[in-house]
Design a protein around this ligand. Sequence first.
Ligand SMILES: CC(C)=CCC/C(C)=C/CC/C(C)=C/C=C/C(C)=C/C=C/C=C(C)/C=C/C=C(C)/C=C/C=C(C)/C=C/CC(C)(C)O
Ligand SMILES: C[S@@+](CC[C@H](N)C(=O)[O-])C[C@H]1O[C@@H](n2cnc3c(N)ncnc32)[C@H](O)[C@@H]1O
Length: 373
Amino acid sequence: MNGSKAPFAVRWRDRRNRILLDQRFHKLAMKFGIGRFFARRSAQKLFDLTAGFIYSQVLAAGIRAGLFEHLAKGPTSPAETARAIGLPDDGTRRLLAASASLDLADKLSDGRFMLGPQGAALLANPGIAAMVRHHDAIYADLADPLKALETRGGGELAKLWDYKGPDQDRPTGETERYTALMTASQDLVAAETLRVFNISGYTRILDIGGGSGRFLTHVATRNANAELHLLDRKTVADLAREALRSHPASHRFTVHGGNFLDAPLPDGCDLITLVRILHDHDDDIVLALLDRISHALRPSRGTLLISEPMADERARSRIGDAYFNIYLHAMGTGRPRTPSELTRFLERTGFSRIRHLSTGMPIATSALVAETR
Ligand SMILES: CC(C)=CCC/C(C)=C/CC/C(C)=C/C=C/C(C)=C/C=C/C=C(C)/C=C/C=C(C)/C=C/C=C(C)/C=C/CC(C)(C)O
Ligand SMILES: C[S@@+](CC[C@H](N)C(=O)[O-])C[C@H]1O[C@@H](n2cnc3c(N)ncnc32)[C@H](O)[C@@H]1O
């Protein structure tokens, strides 16, 4: 590298890497307390990347066996646990020790185990267990990671998200499965979105790709008067009608079935929401959809709210740049976008006053708001 011409940001990284690559530096660092501290930290981080797939499977095993619900009842011995979760003694002891090392369980001094802090967070957010269970599909797709990067879609995950199926309106087990998964994981997304975006003043709201309507039920509790419309594929719209029928505000919901690229959008809406929608689609579809929304909102000078996990401008978001980037590749459609990419798409389709609302939980979602001119 031509060090003198490179910008400072490149020069210092180059210098850092040369030091870190030098075995003599490693030996020197281990001679001092502070050096050992940083070396240990760096080794632990690299080890977590190396062993992460085993951690994930420990979590998956605990969820499938019902381990965390059992631990939540109070201190329990490995033998009691083995009986409760139906695994052999040895397997149970290993699962308990592994879970304790990952803070999913706590080991007491008398050898018994209790629920750990991460186990408690897991039980408090039931959507996470649903996500972990469905990881079977992507786990299979990533068994050969290079093959997964060479091909786009075509594996197990693409079968679940059958957006491109030959007959969009045919009921399939997959639409039911993915809608249940989205319903189970919606609460954290809705809580963060509606914490940073004040939805109370709108009168006619349309949630495009609204799934079973879970997001709109959260909207209903924060906005007592608005008419609430949902548009999704016909098969999903049927599931939404069923789910919303018994809701206390059922008279305020209207469900529309159809493809968001050609179905009529209800007119007169002052707010349209896209929750976990755009990242599922390639650029041509995103632009076509934003263009339709922009036209639909223009007469009432309406607002568009986009809520989904996003990529980071410097590729530092593990949920956007690692998880969803690879996930959506395996799924065969879409990609996570940065707020500035989405902003450019919004400007091209006639939106202005675009604002990025920072949520406290980017792993759940990020949000962008835009207005029609
Ligand atoms: C009590 C003492 C001693 C101290 C207290 C200290 C303190 C204040 C602690 C805080 C406790 C607390 C409130 C913890 C909260 C923890 C939370 C909220 C954890 C949340 C974790 C969320 C996770 C792990 C989310 C994972 C999400 C995933 C994997 C999402 C996957 C989504 C997919 C696959 C979506 C697919 C849709 C598609 C196709 C992309 O469109
Ligand atoms: C990832 S899910 C998100 C569901 C919901 N908004 C949520 O966050 O829980 C995407 C939704 O978009 C719907 N969808 C995908 N392509 C669509 C299309 N062309 N027309 C209408 N809906 C579509 C799917 O059926 C699904 O319900």
